[in-house]
Every structure is written in structure tokens, then in C-alpha cells.
Unconditional design. Structure first.
Length: 165
């Protein structure tokens, strides 16, 4: 009989060593396919997700959220404007600033690209109890916060690319 501690460690190893990384790789691949279909880059798709989730943002805010320099973010915005996925609008709080907001066409195109996955996921979750769904939501929120913290940590740590052959 497996000791509870060993069973828990095996479950944790499966989750953080295989399941989550495997899923993350597939999400990156999916985003790449969606980006190609929209005629933009993977980072551009991230930008559309950010705008769809948080609403209009300044170019500087977008640059931070998708981990780009301001110059790269400016080129990203130009590509998304050309693809009719976003538009520049005056900031109502400061007319000297501009906000980037998604167009309805851009949101519709992204929504359509992910519709199959959303439908599959809803079907996959159909047999989950409300308590299991709450547990998943708790995990996803925790994972998102931990991942954001690790991004900030790695961004502030010295780059060690030259330290290893």
C-alpha cells in the first residue's frame, strides 16, 4: 500500500512535471496556429487576449503585459491596426494620450478562432461538480498569480545565458 505522502508526491509530480507543462505547450501551439490564421504574431494574439480581458490600455501598459519593449509594442500595435483587430482612441482622461482598444471584428475573429476549444472545454467540464469547478478556478487563479510572480522574478534576475555551455 502506498503511503499517503508518497501518493500525494506522485500526484504533484504528475501535475507539475507532466500535465501542466504538456498543456502549456499545446496552448502555445494553438496560439501560434491562431496567430497565423489572423495574419499576426503570437505576441499580437496575447495582446488581443489582454485587451479582451482588461479593456483598452496605453501602448506602455500593453508592452508590460505582453513583455515587449515600447518600440516592439508600437510595431505590434501597427500590425494589429493593419489587421483591423485594434484601433487607437483618445484617452478620455488625458487627451494627450492614446489608448488601444480591440475592434469588434478583432474580438469576433479571435473568438471564432477559439470557439472549438471553448466548446470542447465546456463539454469536458460538463461532468464536473460545482465544487470541482471551484477547485479548478482556485488552482487557475493561484497558477496565474504564481506564473506572473515568476515572470517578474526572471525579468529582474541577471541573464545567465552565458553561464552555461
Amino acid at each position: 500500500m502506498t503511503k499517503p505522502n508518497q501518493e500525494r508526491e506522485a500526484l504533484l509530480a504528475e501535475l507539475v512535471g507532466a500535465s501542466v507543462p504538456g498543456w502549456a505547450i499545446l496552448v502555445v501551439q494553438l496560439n501560434n496556429v491562431v496567430a497565423r490564421r489572423l495574419g499576426v504574431s503570437d505576441t499580437d494574439v496575447q495582446c488581443l487576449h489582454v485587451l479582451g480581458r482588461y479593456g483598452p490600455a496605453t501602448p506602455g501598459e500593453l508592452a508590460k503585459r505582453v513583455n515587449l519593449t515600447t518600440g516592439s509594442a508600437s510595431r505590434m500595435i501597427d500590425r494589429l491596426v493593419a489587421a483591423d483587430c485594434v484601433r487607437r482612441i483618445p484617452d478620455p482622461g488625458d487627451r494627450r494620450r492614446v489608448l488601444i482598444e480591440p475592434t469588434q471584428e478583432g474580438l469576433d475573429r479571435v473568438g471564432s478562432a477559439y470557439a472549438g476549444l471553448i466548446e470542447r472545454t465546456r463539454d469536458d467540464l460538463g461532468d464536473f461538480t460545482d465544487e470541482e469547478l471551484r477547485t479548478l478556478l482556485r488552482f487557475m487563479g493561484t497558477a496565474e498569480r504564481s506564473t506572473a510572480a515568476e515572470v517578474r522574478h526572471l525579468q529582474s534576475a541577471p541573464d545567465d545565458r552565458g553561464a552555461h555551455p
